[in-house]
Design a protein around this ligand. Structure first.
Ligand SMILES: Cc1cc2nc3c(=O)[nH]c(=O)nc-3n(C[C@H](O)[C@H](O)[C@H](O)COP(=O)(O)OP(=O)(O)OC[C@H]3O[C@@H](n4cnc5c(N)ncnc54)[C@H](O)[C@@H]3O)c2cc1C
Length: 486
C-alpha cells in the first residue's frame, strides 16, 4: 500500500516529541473542519500539529446523514450562496474520492399541495442551474402513476407526483480519515485521545496544556497560531462572553433494506417543515434525521424514545402498509449540529460558518461536512497574516482514500490499524468497519476475531481485550436504551 503509516506506533513517537515543542499551527479537533484546515496548513509548508480529545471524527463528523450535497432545503431559506458553494464542493469530492463520495438518485415525492409541488419543481430546477458545469445529473419529473409503479409500498393518498434529483452519499468518518491521511503524507503530526486546554499568549507564542488520555502524560505546547475546530465544543474556546454555538440534535435509525425496498434514496417530506432522508447502505437503509435543541452533556448524545417515535411516525405515514416498528431497528446514532447561536426554529437555523480571529487564535464555528474545504481556505487566509506562505500551495492535491469496504474483513482490520490509528474496539467497529451500524448483530458475530487481531497488533493483554469487548457492548446498549421507554 502506498500509505504513510498512521498507527498507535506513530502516535507513541509523536507523543514523545510533544513536551515543550514549538509549532507554526496547532489545530484543536480532528473532525472534518480540523482535517480540512490541517491539509491546507501543511500544503503551505507550516509545521502543523492536530490533536483530538477523543478519536478522529468521533464528534459530529461521524454522526451526519452522510450526504455531500448542495442542500436543497437551504434554497427555501434563500441561502443561494451556500448552495452554490456546496454544489461545487460536491463535484470536487465526487471526482477526488470516487469510491467514497458517490452520486446517488433521490426521489422527492409531493403530497397534498400543488403549491408545494411548484416550490419543489423550482427548487430542483435551481439546484441544477446553480450546479452548472459541476452538475451530476439533471433532475426529472415522475407522475403519480410512475412513482407507484417503482415505489410499490408508498402511500398513494394525496400523492401529486414527484421529482428525481441527484446528490452524493459518503461515509463521513472515512472522509475525515482520508483527508487526515493525505495531510499526514504532507507532514502533519497528529494524535487522538489528547485533550487540549484553551491557549494563553506568552510573548510570540500561544501556550497550550495537553493531556494524553492514554499514557496519562501531560505538558505544555507552543504555537504561533492556534485554530480551534472543536465543533459544538467551540464555546469552551471562545474569548468573548457570547455563546457561539446552539447545538441541535439529529438522530438516525438503521433498518434492513428489504423492509422498504426503495430503488433510490428517498425524501420523506413532513408537515413540520423538516425533511427526512432514507439512504441505502448495502443491505440496510438509514433514515433521519430529527432536529431538536440540546442542552445536556455534549459527550453523551444518544437516541431517545421521542426521537425514534418521531422518525417511525414519518416513515409509517409514507409507507403505511408495512408498519416499521422499533423491532426493525438494528442501530441508531445521534449527533449534534454545531449551528451558530440564533433565535428561531432549529430547522431554520443557518448552516453557515463563523471564523473569529483573535490575533492568531482562530475559532471556527458552524459549517457543514460538504463545505469543509471552503471553510478551511477562509481560516488559512487569516493564519497567513501571522505565518506567511512558506510553500506555494499545490492546487491539485491527490486525496488518499482510507476506505477499504471491498476488502476481506481481515484485510480491512489490518489496513485500518496501520493507516488510521484506532485505539479502542469502538473506534474500529463504529468509525472504520461500520459494523456497529450496518450489521444485523452490530458486528458481534465477528467480535472475537476482530478483537484478537486488534489485541495482537496493539499488544493488549487478555484482560484488556475482554474489557474492550465489554466497553463495546456497553456502547451498543447506550445507543439502544431508547427501547426501554418506547
Ligand atoms: C444529524 C446530522 C446530520 C448532518 N448531515 C450532514 C450532511 O448530510 N451533510 C453535511 O454536509 N453536513 C451534515 N451535518 C453537519 C456536519 O456533520 C457538521 O457540520 C460537521 O461534521 C462538523 O464538523 P467539525 O469538525 O466542525 O466538528 P466535530 O466533528 O464535532 O469535531 C470537533 C472535534 O473537536 C474535538 N475536541 C473538542 N474539544 C476538544 C479539546 N478540548 N481538545 C481536543 N479536541 C477537542 C472533539 O473530540 C471533536 O472530534 C450533519 C450534522 C448532524 C448532527
Amino acid at each position: 500500500m502506498n500509505y504513510t503509516e498512521i498507527s498507535k506506533f506513530t502516535r507513541d513517537e509523536i507523543i514523545s516529541q510533544l513536551p515543550n515543542s514549538k509549532w507554526d499551527v496547532i489545530i484543536i479537533g480532528g473532525g472534518i473542519t480540523g482535517a480540512g484546515v490541517a491539509l491546507e496548513c501543511v500544503n503551505r509548508g507550516w509545521k502543523t500539529l492536530l490533536l483530538d480529545k477523543c478519536d478522529f471524527a468521533s464528534g459530529t463528523s461521524s454522526k451526519s446523514s452522510g450526504m455531500v450535497h448542495g442542500g436543497l432545503r437551504y434554497l427555501e431559506q434563500g441561502n443561494f450562496k451556500l448552495v452554490k458553494e456546496a454544489l461545487k464542493e460536491r463535484y470536487f469530492l465526487s471526482k477526488k474520492l470516487p469510491e467514497l463520495v458517490k452520486s446517488n438518485r433521490f426521489l422527492f415525492p409531493i403530497y397534498n399541495s400543488w403549491w408545494m409541488y411548484l416550490k419543489v419543481k423550482l427548487g430542483v430546477f435551481l439546484y441544477d442551474v446553480f450546479a452548472g458545469k459541476f452538475n451530476l445529473k439533471n433532475h426529472f419529473r415522475l407522475t403519480k402513476k410512475q412513482i407507484l409503479e417503482k415505489y410499490k409500498l408508498i402511500n398513494p393518498l394525496n400523492l401529486k407526483g414527484g421529482f428525481i434529483y441527484s446528490d452524493c452519499l459518503v461515509s463521513d468518518s472515512h472522509l475525515v480519515l482520508s483527508i487526515l491521511s493525505t495531510a499526514v503524507q504532507k507532514g502533519l503530526a497528529l494524535a487522538n485521545y489528547v485533550k487540549v486546554s484553551p491557549p494563553t499568549k506568552n510573548n510570540l507564542y500561544y501556550e497550550l496544556k495537553w493531556d494524553d488520555q492514554v499514557s496519562k502524560l501531560s505538558g505544555k505546547l507552543n504555537s504561533k497560531v492556534v485554530i480551534s475546530c472543536t465543533g459544538v465544543w467551540s464555546n469552551n474556546f471562545n474569548l468573548s462572553k457570547n455563546k457561539l454555538i446552539r447545538p441541535t440534535k439529529g438522530v438516525h435509525i438503521v433498518i434492513p433494506y428489504n423492509r422498504l425496498q426503495i430503488p433510490t434514496s428517498f425524501v420523506l417530506p413532513s408537515n413540520d417543515g423538516r425533511i427526512l432522508f432514507a439512504n441505502r447502505m448495502g443491505d440496510f437503509l438509514y433514515i433521519g434525521t430529527t432536529d431538536t435543541d440540546f442542552q445536556a452533556n455534549y459527550d453523551k448524545v444518544y437516541a431517545e424514545s421521542e426521537d425514534i417515535k418521531y422518525i417511525l411516525k414519518k416513515v409509517n405515514e409514507i409507507f403505511p402498509t408495512i408498519n416499521i416498528s422499533p423491532n426493525d431497528i438494528i442501530s441508531t446514532w445521534a449527533g449534534l449540529r454545531p449551528l451558530l447561536d440564533n433565535d428561531g426554529n432549529p430547522s431554520q437555523l443557518s448552516r453557515e460558518e463563523l471564523i473569529i480571529d483573535n490575533e492568531g487564535y482562530i475559532n471556527m464555528c458552524g459549517g457543514k461536512l460538504t463545505t469543509y474545504r471552503c471553510m478551511a481556505k477562509k481560516a488559512i487566509i487569516k493564519a497567513e497574516k501571522y505565518l506567511g506562505i512558506l510553500n506555494k500551495p499545490n492546487k491539485t492535491i491527490q486525496l488518499n482514500s482510507i476506505y477499504f469496504i471491498n476488502e476481506s474483513l481481515e484485510t480491512q482490520v489490518e489496513n485500518y490499524l496501520k493507516t488510521s490509528m484506532p485505539l479502542t474496539l469502538i473506534d474500529l467497529m463504529e468509525r472504520r468497519l461500520n459494523l456497529y451500524r450496518f450489521d444485523e448483530n452490530n458486528g458481534m458475530d465477528n467480535i472475537e476475531f476482530i478483537s484478537e487481531k486488534m489485541a495482537s497488533y496493539l499488544g493488549w493483554s487478555p484482560s484488556e481485550r475482554k474489557q474492550q469487548i465489554i466497553n463495546y457492548k456497553e456502547y451498543i446498549k447506550l445507543n439502544h436504551d431508547w427501547a426501554l421507554t418506547i
